[in-house]
Design a protein around this ligand. Structure first.
Ligand code: PHE
Length: 462
């Protein structure tokens, strides 16, 4: 394969890759989304399913993505096209990268709006709005925020500017340094919040909700949501991890770094659940209330603890950073592609990408107020919910399956063998089985079952 056109940036070490990929994986998905979808889908059984999906479906796919990036050393579109070409297959495999770029824009469009909520909440915490507030007042703050398209738009715009600013400078100059401090900070604060939750009367009830499976609560759509989230939370199926893998220095262990990232991401999601559900039950809140869950539970804790103003501020600030480091990876595949394919400057590419994602985000902004009753497909989903559903539960799993099939069947064995030389042979065999057969079949089965249940077609085992 010819060398990339321009000398490319590389992480300073494989640990920086781990940090960056963890920064991408750990985001709103872990702290905001995971608890509320667990709440909506009945708790423990859903958590178990999700862990199952991570272990058997997405962890192997993560290794595949890192591997392809590491071998291709380009943006995801050209990486897939080149590696396919090299193995004697069509360059059209690049289309997978392209659909990933589209998914990235769509996800970033609403991700930025939600990240905007965390910025608004930094303001609330700093201004002392939670101090001594009761449950109703705290819910009121959230409802007021959603009701105002202008406030949502302002925060969404500001967050997009932050994202563009870092991406334009190159990931290494900006993010690498900040992440070294911020990710451990987030972990510490989460542990502290779990310890606080442990002092509340409903800690056992909250923990049981999270860890005690009740399979009667599972539906076919819950299985789809658990699987989709396993992709979303690990940033898989759209090229983010592939592009980060492409900046890995030579000699890195693809398997080991993937494992560390998946583990860190899972631990953080479970900690967030442990911090949030005890508060839900202590304050008599509804676990299935949806996207507002985090924003109406934790402020209740901040309202009551000593120094809640500072802790609250710190928490939402760290959450903003977690979202920021994920947002950057959502747009990086597109930006790298524009730079490497068209020779644009990073600034130009970041601006063009950012404006597209920002404009698409307007659909989400109005989904909570002006267009709250607009359901494009006629069902109950708003535009925000539809974009989230399509990207997380359809585009990411399908993209991930194609990446897996490609790595399993199409990649030159010599490439694979060289990059996985450090991995015990049995692990390589397990991985191959998984990306060739197990993960693709599992994803397709879950999708078929979910579609059938939506259309109310009985399945053979029913
Ligand atoms: N993994 C991120 C989160 O959990 C979201 C994300 C998805 C980032 C896909 C990049 C790509 O918040």
């Amino acid at each position: 394969m010819s060398e990339p056109v321009s000398p490319r940036d590389q992480w300073s070490s494989r640990w920086v890759f781990v940090l960056a990929a963890t920064g991408s994986a750990v985001g709103l998905g872990n702290i905001w989304k995971f608890p509320y979808i667990v709440g909506e889908n009945g708790g423990g059984a859903f958590v178990l399913l999700y862990l199952f999906c991570v272990l058997f479906i997405t962890l192997p796919i993560m290794m595949a993505e890192v591997l392809l990036g590491y071998l291709g050393k380009r943006d995801p579109i050209d990486t897939m096209a080149e590696l396919a070409h090299r193995a004697g297959a069509s360059r059209r495999w690049g289309v997978i990268g392209l659909s990933g770029v589209v998914a990235g824009f769509l996800i970033l469009s609403y991700y930025s709006v939600i990240a905007g909520w965390t910025m608004a909440y930094i303001g609330h915490a700093a201004g002392g709005d939670f101090n001594g507030a009761d449950v109703a007042q705290i819910s009121g703050l959230f409802d007021d925020l959603l009701a105002s398209p202008w406030r949502l738009l302002g925060w969404h715009s500001l967050f997009m500017v932050l994202t563009i600013a870092v991406v334009a400078r190159g990931v290494r100059a900006g993010l690498e340094k900040a992440l070294t401090i911020l990710m451990p900070g987030l972990l510490l604060l989460l542990v502290a919040l779990v310890l606080y939750a442990a002092t509340t009367p409903a800690f056992a009830e909250g923990a049981a909700f999270l860890f005690k499976p009740d399979f009667s609560k599972l539906t076919a759509s819950a299985v789809l949501v658990a699987m989709g989230h396993a992709f979303f939370t690990l940033s898989l199926g759209m090229g983010a991890i592939m592009i980060y893998g492409s900046y890995l220095p030579a000699g890195s262990s693809v398997a080991r770094v993937s494992l560390v990232v998946a583990l860190a991401d899972t631990v953080i999601a479970l900690l967030a659940g442990l911090a949030i559900f005890p508060l839900v039950f202590t304050h008599g809140l509804e676990p299935g209330q949806g996207p507002g869950l985090l924003f109406v539970t934790l402020p209740n804790a901040f309202a009551q603890i000593v120094g809640g103003q500072v802790v609250g501020c710190g928490f939402f600030l760290l959450m903003l950073f977690a979202a920021w480091s994920s947002a950057i990876s959502l747009i990086e595949p597109a930006v790298a592609w524009m730079v490497e394919r068209f020779g644009w400057s990073r600034l130009k590419a970041a601006l063009v990408g950012g404006v597209i994602a920002w404009a698409t985000g307007l659909l989400t902004v109005v989904s909570f107020n002006l267009a709250a009753d607009f359901h494009p497909l006629g069902g109950s989903l708003t535009m925000f919910e539809l974009i989230d559903f399509l990207t997380t539960n359809v585009m990411l799993p399908l993209g991930g399956v194609l990446i897996a099939l490609f790595a399993g069947w199409r990649l030159l064995p010599a490439d694979r063998i060289a990059a996985m030389a450090d991995v015990p042979a049995v692990v390589v065999q397990l991985w191959l089985w998984s990306v060739r057969i197990v993960a693709p079949v599992a994803v397709l089965l879950v999708m078929v079952a979910a579609i059938a249940s939506a259309l109310q077609v009985p399945m053979p085992w029913e």
